[in-house]
Design a protein around this ligand. Sequence first.
Ligand code: CP
Length: 319
Amino acid sequence: MASPSGSPLRHLLGIDGMTPDDILSLLDLSETYVDMNRGPDKKASVLRGRTQINLFFEPSTRTQMSFELAGKRLGADVLNMAVASSSTRKGETLIDTAMTLNAMHPDVLIVRHYDSGAVKLLSEKVNCSVINAGDGTHEHPTQALLDALTIRRTKGRIGGLLVAICGDSLHSRVARSNIHLLNTLGARVRLIAPPTLIPAAADRLGVEIFTDMKKGLVGCDIVMMLRLQTERMQGSFVPSIREYFHFFGLDRAKLALAKPDAFIMHPGPMNRGVEIDSEVADDIDRSLIRQQVEMGVAVRMACLDLLSRSRPDGGRNTP
Ligand code: CP
């Protein structure tokens, strides 16, 4: 994976700017880790001697656990900083926190933060690699990569597919990263949501916009549902949950409007009965949600591996 200048990529901050080759090489490497994770010996040593620190300023189950597992399976020493009981509670800034950790010579920081752009800012202050585990409403690159791996393994390709991203794309970093990735690999993307939950600049993102879910789902290969990100909302964006589910919640009847072999995806966490009905979420023949979680570990192993390889010092933090 290289930057547009051809030099090795030091950080993974977003999908925007990645080339098809960057993405495909990560997906191909992830495949080897899918096989390893399914086998009896889940341990490699490519990160032996390296130190990984997970720094999550927002709650997480899937991303934090899979990054921890990924680092450990590759042989790194993995630390999770407990933000709630850290000195950030005494007023220490994000940058001071990052500089403090940097002085301990980690090799990679995995950072989730509620402010868009915070992870990039942090990456400019440290001399180790930084992976964006989700920053505000901006990007969640490893989620888009694991979604792409899940789609490619299920459908055999990504180019040419019609993917509906349904729900709160206004506040969703998952949607933004997926739009960049799917466009880069030649898929067509539809955003389906009430007008209040569509980003203002959506027409510049290279997507089709539908405010009627029944029309938007017609002909889709993948139906990707999003949670209402109430933690990022000031005020109400939908009249009521009941009405939202009626018009924009995925159930068996609406799914029937997509292609007969369409698959359901959701980055999690799900809010059952809000954006998705349990009957379709748990349908093992149509739902890829559990596969997405499995692919998350493999993709994060590939990202850690590739970033450490692409550093001139072989991944070691040198002051
Ligand atoms: N999809 C995702 O980012 O889930 P978590 O918030 O549980 O990490």
